[in-house]
Design a protein around this ligand. Structure first.
Ligand code: NAP
Length: 322
């Protein structure tokens, strides 16, 4: 096969981090290639997690708010306008032990599909979901994975949070500022969350607990209207009327591709240098939720995408000077 020319920068992933990195590196004349991913399921598609939201009201610059998918379409056209190239493929394999770095978007063991002098990893993270059929239909319509993003929409309403870890309790406590009642649905009768969070949630008059309960079904055609619950001890079914359901059973970074090549923490998040986007491989940078389990906001992802582009640009300058 004909070898493709080596790219200066390849960006893997097309959420706010990847597209911001693309805008910056395109404007630095690095002609980035963005491998944006392929739509394979609702929770895994080009554009990242904002594709699963409706109204975004906390992204600066949009006083009236903006729809998540529109925001991503705008970022995408902004990157294209400056000469970024976007391909709708999914990276299946990387080899960061050779330079130029090698990337494959098919499962063949032949020549790499692409080679690059630098790579920016922005493959994001996903919220773990319950696996119910209604989730795809109702996400962004009363079903949410982000209290910070969507809590505001549930003023004076009765809502529920699924999970028993720190995330679930943190979300419930935050949501209690808006909602009239927050029910935490947990599959056991013991919380995994830290003691201090447990105390805060247990002492919060707006928060109540449904123990030993799993969500069997989310009710609602166009909007969440309630859930069907199953008691794990006696199998009894019950229903709960709510207008909002927050899933907080954990997140998973999309890093399987990099196992054995990039350093990760015990939960699979990529480790980056303090205040920078560097990884353990020189010339490979990481930004956005794939390396951030703390803030997880579109704006922080975009900010770190900018950092990665600037770090890559400087690194490439040194590399070509050698
Ligand atoms: P986590 O600690 O893994 O907790 C996940 C919770 O979801 C568990 O209670 C688990 O139940 C439940 N769960 C998992 N799969 C489920 C399913 N299919 N159906 C129903 N329930 C399910 O995740 P996390 O709360 O996102 O926290 C992740 C890490 O970040 C933790 O180390 C946590 O301490 C940290 N964190 C800290 C803070 C803070 O300090 N402010 C805030 C957020 C997160 P079981 O308990 O039965 O397994």
């Amino acid at each position: 096969s004909v070898p493709t020319p080596t790219h200066e920068v390849i960006i893997i992933g097309s959420g706010p981090a990847g597209l911001t990195a693309a805008i910056y590196s395109a404007r630095a004349d690095l002609k980035p290639l963005i491998i944006e991913g392929e739509p394979s399921s609702t929770s895994d598609q080009p554009g990242g997690q904002l594709m699963l939201t409706t109204d975004v009201e906390n992204f600066p610059g949009f006083p009236e708010g903006v729809m998540g998918p529109d925001l991503m379409a705008n970022m995408r056209s902004q990157a294209l306008r400056f000469g970024a190239e976007i391909i709708t493929e999914k990276v299946s394999k990387v080899n960061f032990s050779n330079h130029p770095f090698e990337l494959w978007t098919n499962n063949s063991t032949d020549e790499p599909t692409y080679t690059a002098n630098s790579v920016i990893v922005s493959t994001g993270a996903r919220s773990i979901m319950l696996g119910l059929e209604a989730e795809n239909r109702l996400i962004g319509h009363g079903l949410s994975t982000c209290a910070t993003c969507d809590g505001f929409f549930f003023r004076d309403q009765e809502i529920a949070v699924v999970g028993g870890g720190d995330s679930a309790l943190e979300e419930a406590i935050f949501l209690s500022r808006f909602a009239s009642k927050v029910t935490i649905i947990h599959r056991r009768d013991e919380l995994r969350a830290s003691k201090i969070m447990q105390q805060r949630a247990l002492n919060n008059p707006k928060i109540s607990f449904l123990w030993n309960s799993t969500v069997e079904e989310i009710i609602g055609e166009e909007k969440v209207a309630g859930v069907t619950l199953c008691n794990t001890l006696n199998g009894e079914r019950s229903s709960l009327d709510i207008s909002g359901l927050f899933i907080a059973i954990g997140h998973r970074p999309n890093t399987d591709l990099f196992i054995g090549q990039l350093n990760m923490d015990e939960n699979g998040y990529l480790l980056t240098g303090a205040d920078q986007s560097t990884t353990n491989i020189e010339g490979v940078f990481a930004c956005g939720d794939v390396q951030d389990h703390k803030y997880r906001q579109a704006i922080t992802a975009a900010g770190s995408g900018c950092m990665a582009a600037l770090d890559a640009e400087r690194w490439l300058e040194n590399f070509h000077d050698k």
